[in-house]
Design a protein around this ligand. Structure first.
Ligand SMILES: [Ca+2]
Ligand SMILES: [Ca+2]
Length: 499
């Protein structure tokens, strides 16, 4: 996997070690003070959190958010012995989330200048930049809009880096009363808190789902629905489990029917395999995902941008060499129970790979038989030159926000972060045309209405020139039949879900 982006956990782990106060002979030890650390404290499944909260207080912790719905407390403490001291009746497990932030996968944005404002016609193809939106005809958005642009009763949660509420293509599209920040695992509903600060990733995602047909800029897939900003990416560009957990619960408790998750909490390499102490963190996130599904939310997630075979992680990683005596990392049971990439691999989540303009898998898109459910346009800026150079207009055009100049605009990005929202937008259209589907029914409907795509033969790699020293860097091999590792059930189709 060399040269492939996975993530940078090191920066998130840069927390200084606790420094206990020096003890001097004969004196009672002063309470040791460590770094201010966030913990997730899990009550037994289905149990009240009261007893756990009492233990938290006794162990010198502060509950900053209580998710009674799933029996999880978000706690801060400077007590270096907190994790040990909090254990007892009413506490099933506890773990610090230090070092478990995943970096948001940012791609270069190329700003484009908006064409002149046209008249709002109600026709998506008359939007000034529609000609650059090759992704929209590809999934038959204009044909879908002849039937419906979506229902304002459908609210899509964009769990991401915030949405610019001043953007001319988005200002009318945001459910402000359902938007929040979840940074730190704690909600903050002030408008400034859920606007973008250091990343416009969420603004781009939101535009793909629901940019207005207003004679300005671009069209989204479902401009008739509403998007809610649920900010889970902190200013350092990291998604911490407590923020993701908060986001799932918020969406579930505020009537959202679909969430988009263009991020990738990836515990597998560093955590689950080597460290069972961190398992409670992933169990807490999985409880949150299950809870949201029980409340009628379909969660859509990106597969990731590592050209990684998510179905064959064991063989790809080589032999671990730093395990405690007697611990066997190759036990599949451990992986499936505790080491899923979240939310992409959680049961019931729709997992989306990416294709470029030709419909072939994007060079970067992760894949996996039984993991990918559907595919959608995410852009591929490299296929045209065999990887030697970028063709930026082969990315996805959507709404942007320049965080340095605080300016709204439009621009290209590529990634499974861009394909996910295409599936999300189609899901929102489906629910608009056919209200009342459960998350399971909606996921099955999305797959059934997708257009199947066959596997390419042999080793697939359209970009051997990206790194001339390693022409096989982006090799990938597809497996499966009508439903396969690259494309799942096929390309989502906006018209098929509304006709
Ligand atoms: Ca527009
Ligand atoms: Ca899935």
């Amino acid at each position: 996997m060399k040269n492939l982006r996975r993530k940078t956990l090191a920066a998130a782990s840069a927390v200084t070690l606790g420094v206990g106060l020096a003890l001097t002979g004969g004196l009672a030890p002063a309470a040791a003070v460590g770094p201010d650390t966030t913990f997730l404290v899990l009550a037994p499944q289905g149990a009240a959190t009261g007893p756990a909260a009492a233990r938290v207080a006794a162990a010198a912790g502060t509950v900053v958010a209580s998710y009674d719905q799933i029996g999880v407390l978000v706690v801060r403490s400077t007590n270096p012995d907190f994790a040990t001291q909090v254990k007892g009746a009413g506490v099933e497990s506890v773990a610090a989330t230090t070092g478990l932030g995943s970096a948001l996968e940012e791609d270069e944005t190329v700003e484009v200048s908006a064409a002149d404002v046209a008249n709002a016609t109600g026709d998506p193809t008359k939007e000034p930049m529609f000609g650059q939106q090759w992704d929209m005809p590809m999934i038959h958005v204009p044909q879908a809009h002849a039937v419906t642009t979506g229902s304002s009763n459908v609210v899509v949660g964009v769990l991401d880096s915030g949405i610019s509420s001043s953007h001319p293509d988005l200002a009318t599209q945001i459910a402000k009363d359902k938007s929040t920040s979840c940074i730190g695992g704690v909600t903050d509903t002030t408008e400034a808190a859920w606007n973008p600060t250091t990343s416009d990733h969420g603004t781009h995602v939101a535009g793909t789902i629901a940019a207005a047909i207003n004679g300005v800029g671009v069209t989204g897939i479902a401009p008739g629905v509403k998007v809610a900003a649920v900010k889970v990416v902190n200013d350092g560009g990291y998604i911490y489990p407590e923020a993701a957990l908060c986001g799932f619960i918020w969406a579930a408790d505020h009537g959202m029917q679909v969430t988009n998750n263009s991020y990738f909490i990836d515990p597998w390499e560093l955590n689950c395999r080597n460290d069972a102490r961190q398992r409670p963190v992933w169990q807490a996130v999985q409880r949150a995902i299950r809870y949201s599904q029980s409340k009628g939310v379909l969660n859509v997630a990106s597969a990731g941008n590592s050209n990684y075979d998510l179905a064959h992680k064991i063989t790809d990683t080589g032999s671990p060499n730093n395990l405690p005596e007697g611990q066997d990392p190759e036990v599949r049971e451990d992986l499936t129970n505790a080491c899923l990439d979240l939310p992409a691999e959680a049961p019931g989540v729709v997992t989306v790979s990416a294709v470029g303009r030709t419909g072939a898998k994007s060079y970067y898109s992760s894949y996996g038989q039984g993991v990918i459910d559907v595919t959608a346009p995410g852009g591929d800026t490299r296929y045209r030159t065999q990887g030697a150079a970028r063709t930026l207009s082969d990315g996805i055009l959507s709404t942007t926000f320049d965080v340095a100049t605080k300016t709204n605009g439009w621009g290209y990005k590529q990634g499974t972060s861009m394909s996910g929202p295409h599936a999300t937008g189609v899901a929102a259209l489906a629910l608009s045309a056919h209200p009342g589907m459960s998350p399971g029914e909606l996921a099955a409907f999305l797959e059934r209405t997708s257009v199947a795509q066959s596997c390419p033969d042999g080793v697939f790699n359209l970009v051997p020139l990206i790194d001339p020293t390693d022409p096989h860097l982006y090799d990938a091999t597809c497996s499966g039949g009508a439903r396969n590792a690259f494309y799942g059930a096929g390309m989502v189709d906006a018209y098929n879900v509304v006709k």
